[in-house]
Design a protein around this ligand. Structure first.
Ligand code: ADP
Length: 248
């Protein structure tokens, strides 16, 4: 993994909300095909960090680079970067008035400029990738949470992103549905997708991550491979803290 090219650089990101400094200088590099998992107590800035990467939240300072092009200060070009930096949210962010296939087609048509037939073919392909071929015509309200989240992963994949950011993708799901979403994510990781994942799923982190980063108070306070991190006192504390969440 170390000899792969760096595709994403995050340099000294700071972000405050009012008086509260939520990110106090976060830096890391991401290599192609790598999965990095961010772990830590709630409110330590993990979600804010992901949102800063695709500029849904604008950092106060620091820079983000994707393939040697600066994402920060991109102006209107940010939309090109957002196609390349997919995002999967805790609460799916699907369009309720569109079917499953419609949710995928809309971005392909509006953002990528595909015609309807090409968009449909691509959308069906992505639905197959996440095991939802039979739900193409279902509306989000007719899907289980696990299916809805797999749909939002399919939608992200349809844009052929360079990297996908997952913001607690399973924390609104019960264990059975969590498992089916984690299975899809594991397969993506195995197939070489570059992924940044905020999660409390320690089992997933240990089995899939190339690197685990612990965040506390707006900083990365420890980082390492799963085998390095398992011997650290912080890991033991975190594992106790997460308790029942540790097995996926
Ligand atoms: P985590 O993902 O680690 O739980 P977050 O990044 O969601 O942490 O939040 C970090 C802190 O920033 C929290 O205290 C949260 O209340 C605050 N915060 C996040 N978004 C906003 C916002 N839009 N306005 C004000 N405060 C925010």
């Amino acid at each position: 993994m170390m000899d792969r090219e760096i595709i994403l650089r995050v340099e000294d990101i700071h972000k405050s909300y009012g008086e509260t400094e939520v990110l106090k200088g976060v830096s890391f590099d991401v290599r192609r095909g790598e999965t990095k998992v961010f772990i830590g107590p709630s409110g330590t800035g993990k979600s804010t960090l992901l949102r800063c990467i695709n500029q849904l939240t604008v950092p106060d300072s620091g820079r983000i680079w994707l393939n040697d092009e600066e994402v920060t200060h991109a102006g209107p070009r940010i939309n090109q970067f957002r196609q390349k930096i997919g995002m999967v949210f805790q609460n799916f962010n699907l369009f309720d008035h569109l079917t499953a296939i419609g949710n995928i087609e809309v971005a392909l048509i509006r953002v990528k400029g595909m015609n309807k037939a090409a968009a449909k073919e691509k959308a069906l392909f992505e639905l197959r990738q996440v095991g939802l071929s039979d739900k193409a015509d279902a509306y989000p309200a007719e899907l289980s949470g696990g299916q809805a989240q797999r749909l939002s992963i399919a939608r992200a994949l349809a844009m052929d992103p360079e990297v996908i950011l997952f913001d607690e993708p399973t924390s609104s799901l019960d264990p059975e549905l969590t498992r089916e979403v984690l299975e899809v994510m594991k397969r993506l990781a195995r197939e070489g997708m570059t992924m940044l994942v905020v999660t409390h799923e320690m089992g997933f982190a240990l089995s899939v991550a190339n690197e685990i980063l612990f965040m506390e108070h707006g900083r990365v306070c420890e980082q390492g491979s799963p085998s390095e991190i398992q011997t650290s006192p912080l890991f033991t504390r975190t594992r106790q803290f997460l308790g029942t969440f540790q097995d996926d």
